[in-house]
Design a protein around this ligand. Sequence first.
Ligand SMILES: Cc1cc2nc3c(=O)[nH]c(=O)nc-3n(C[C@H](O)[C@H](O)[C@H](O)COP(=O)(O)O)c2cc1C
Ligand code: SF4
Length: 486
Amino acid sequence: MWKPPQRIKFYSQLGSAPTVEQVQASRLFSPVHIGPLTLPQRTWVPAMVPWRSNDEGWVTEDVLQWYGRFARGRPGAIVIEATGIRDVPSGPLLRIGHDRYIEGLQRLVQTIHRESQGQTRALIQIIDFLNIRRRPEPAKYFERFLRITPRLRQALGAQDWNEEAVREHLIQMDPQQWPEVLDAREWEALHMGARERVTDTEWPHIQELPQVLPGLFAAAAGRAQQAGFDGVELHYAHAYTMASFLSATNLRTDGYGGAREQRIRLPLEVYAAVRQAVGPQYVVGCRYLAEECIDGGHTLDDAVWFGEQFARAGMDFISTSRGGKFDDAKQPGVGSSAYPYTGRSGYECMPQYLSDEQGPFGRNIAATARIRSAIRAAGLATPVVCTGGVHNFDMAEAMLARGDCDIVGTARQSLADPDWALKTSLGLGDQVRLCEYTNYCEGLDQKHKQVTCQLWDRMELDEPGLRKSSDGKRRLVAPAWEPPDA
Ligand SMILES: Cc1cc2nc3c(=O)[nH]c(=O)nc-3n(C[C@H](O)[C@H](O)[C@H](O)COP(=O)(O)O)c2cc1C
Ligand code: SF4
């Protein structure tokens, strides 16, 4: 992962461990309304892909155990990882693109409700993403994938050569010259792996996205509702299709790109279709980027305006993230695909302990606070979730007290210690296992390996019936913790 050049080390702090009385008087442990739903407390586990599903996208036993473990810490809400809305193979990522997934998802909801003793609401993040290919072997790329176009022939001075000779010439060429003769997309396909964009409107399946996506999202949300989820989160963040429509880099000319009014059009149409499918009494919100954090990306002004429009449209909550784009991702190894958390924008999404002066804790707060205050200024009460580097009670409480947000998201802190909020609420905050923001977990995600936390994955490996990672070396969920008088 990209690291800021300053490489200043930051260490997470426990902060004050509040007494039970302080907890009772706190904002963090007070209820909050999300549309028709009430969360008993303002803690929120944002979506995290743990690579626990299988190639068919099913809810597996490992998926149940993963979310069951978070639920035992009784956060206000858990958002299930990005779950694909299409019925197409997508590796071991959860899917919701067909009715056959409903039964497994039902078991997942039941597990969260049961393990949290009815305290935690279960939401699911639904996602669409475009195709991205692995970085190819150069010879294979030139032999099989590259289209030999008149432009390329001209660049090579090879107008009269047969296709085989052109391909062979490219293979034999000094690699330094490849970027000089290939166009930008051909070069990207070779040195990063080909990646579709929402602006590739010469392809019918990309051109048709505005016609196709509202129905796909609506059907997926309907299935989430049938499975018993308490709500859905539309994934409008990071490197994926809907965020790419919102992005300032979206220059589509069909009314769905260019000015921000046009870039938000599809996200609003998707929301309207989803709302139509699930009715007014079902929780629907979205996660989107407070800042894209790439050159030419959308500004905070755009994000403030988007937030206001989402709230006006009737979304029940708004959750923010930042960065996480393909645009500045590092070159992957041959045979791997680009990972959108390897560049500067990836750092902004999941900052780690080696940082710049600003540090890794709360980088998303100021931007989210501006979004929330614009929503409030518009006379709307839509709750806003802020995530990024939050790991203790003091920090969360201060965010709520200042009015930066209404709900506090903790992803890696919840992974490091799924019981952190429960321990804190019982006056046992000094027992919290603090996330160190090393990004070991994110490294596993990058390699598509089962995500675990280095602070607990080698503990008590001899526990009877313990499920372990495919290499047998790591436990897959944090060891159990029981409250003292349980
Ligand atoms: C392993 C891992 C997987 C993630 N998967 C998702 C995801 O599916 N959807 C999403 O919106 N964010 C995802 N994120 C980002 C987190 O939700 C969160 O925004 C980010 O980790 C910053 O918050 P934190 O500092 O509390 O960890 C993921 C993060 C991690 C560490
Ligand atoms: S591996 Fe654990 S300690 Fe390290 S960043 Fe991830 S959750 Fe935090």
